[in-house]
Design a protein around this ligand. Structure first.
Ligand code: NAD
Ligand code: MG
Length: 388
């Protein structure tokens, strides 16, 4: 990367797990990157702190009640302050950044990301829900606008890295690895009693609450299968999942000749974040290195989709397509938030998702508006089931 031109990064969801780690990466490479936009939903204190340190052109606080606090916190600067959901689209429409790091969690990330693609901005994509909900529309627009979508999700970053230099070669299949989460090997009689705090303890990764629960139910891997379908233009039968509890192999690609490429490393999201920000370059860092004498063994097993039924439901959504992944995603968001509020049990999440998937009308080739409608219908049906 030429040193004189810094890449200007817009971080949507800067106060989250991915957002804060991205700022660490940027802070360590101030010669290569600068921060243009920061956005947060509720954490005004951290947003102000980040803005004072990284001096972006603009910040957005989603929660409008916090506008005054953020404005006041930044009054000694000329940083522009915006508030509310629509402001996300407004700043995504700015000309002044080069790449959006899409690190908002859930469906809320879709609209600003689509806006950035429309503007022709490169996307470093952490927000997998964007592709789960409307992957066909997002990828089609990205092709039209010649916008690179570079995955941040570690599995997809692994596959992306394995595909460098292989553009003319056909993929036979991809193998997504899954840690199995904190309840690997457990059965329904155990899971029925699982509480929020236990489910929030992931063995290998420290992440936001929603994705941590998704990892415990294996829904995360289901979302990732759908994400992979759109990113790499695959059919459902080309996407395989294997449990790999050590999280050292981040995923693999098998080519037509049977040869398999894998990408390995210690589980640390800063690596795929850095790779996406600096792509096509690899840049140095001082992250801990893998030591195979300490790791000793890498093991693999089949996922138990009879127990972790969310993964089975996601496979059904992947195969059927249409608005079903969107509906599943919306029901899952409602179910996960209800579980995090101790309103429903661990296994109830699956029931809410399954019932919602059976209820909301199927649309084979939805428009963007129809995706939004399906999302809304699924949310209200799922919320009714839980009596939220
Ligand atoms: P998080 O909950 O830690 O952070 C979410 C960020 O989004 C915060 O900055 C928050 O302010 C913002 N946000 C939340 N709701 C919003 C809304 N309604 N409107 C606007 N902004 C909102 O989440 P995270 O763990 O950083 O995950 C972010 C995304 O990255 C998710 O889609 C997740 O699946 C994906 N991802 C995360 C990891 C990880 O290690 N954390 C790994 C792979 C993929
Ligand atoms: Mg992942």
């Amino acid at each position: 990367m030429p040193e004189s031109i810094k890449k200007r990064i817009a971080i949507f969801g800067s106060t989250g797990s991915i957002g804060t780690q991205a700022l660490e990466v940027i802070g360590a490479h101030a010669d290569l990157f600068e921060v243009e936009i920061l956005t947060a939903q509720t954490n005004d204190k951290l947003l102000i702190e980040q803005a004072l340190k990284f001096k972006p052109n603009a910040v957005v606080i989603g929660d409008e009640r916090k506008y005054e606090t953020v404005k006041k916190g930044l009054e000694s600067t000329d940083i522009k302050v915006f508030a509310g959901e629509n402001a996300l689209d407004e700043v995504a429409d700015f000309d002044t950044y080069d790449m959006m790091l899409a690190a908002i969690v859930g469906f809320a990330g879709l609209k600003p990301t689509l806006k950035a693609v429309e503007k022709g901005k490169a996307i470093a994509l952490a927000n997998k829900e964007t592709l789960v909900v409307a992957g066909d529309i997002v990828m089609q627009l990205a092709v039209e606008k010649r916008v690179p979508i570079i995955p941040v999700d570690s599995e997809h970053s692994a596959i992306f890295q394995c595909l460098v230099g292989e553009t003319r070669n056909k993929i036979e299949s991809i193998i997504l690895t899954a840690s199995g989460g904190p309840f690997l090997g457990k059965k329904p009689n155990f899971l029925v009693n699982v509480k929020r705090d236990h489910a929030l303890q992931h063995p290998n990764w420290k992440m936001g609450a929603k994705i941590t629960i998704d990892s415990a139910t294996l829904m995360n891997k289901g979302l990732e299968m759908i994400e992979a379908k759109w990113l790499f233009n695959l059919t459902p039968d080309q996407i395989e999942v294997v449990i790999h509890p050590q999280s050292i192999i981040h995923s693999m690609v098998q080519f037509q000749d049977g040869s398999i490429k894998a990408q390995l490393g210690l589980p640390d999201m800063k690596l795929p974040i850095q790779y996406a920000l600096a792509f096509p370059h690899r840049i140095s860092n001082n992250f801990p290195r893998a030591d195979f004498k300490k790791i000793k063994s890498l093991t693999f097993e089949e996922p138990d989709i009879k127990t972790f039924r969310n993964l089975g439901l996601a496979m059904e959504a992947l195969t059927k397509g249409g608005n079903l992944p969107c509906v599943m995603n919306a029901a899952n968001e409602i179910a996960v938030y209800a579980f995090l509020k101790n309103r429903i049990g661990f296994l109830d999440m699956t029931d809410v998702i399954e019932k919602t998937m059976n209820k909301v009308s199927f649309v084979q080739k939805p428009s963007l508006e129809e995706y939004f409608e399906s999302d809304g219908d699924a949310r209200s049906y799922a919320a009714d089931l839980i009596k939220l």
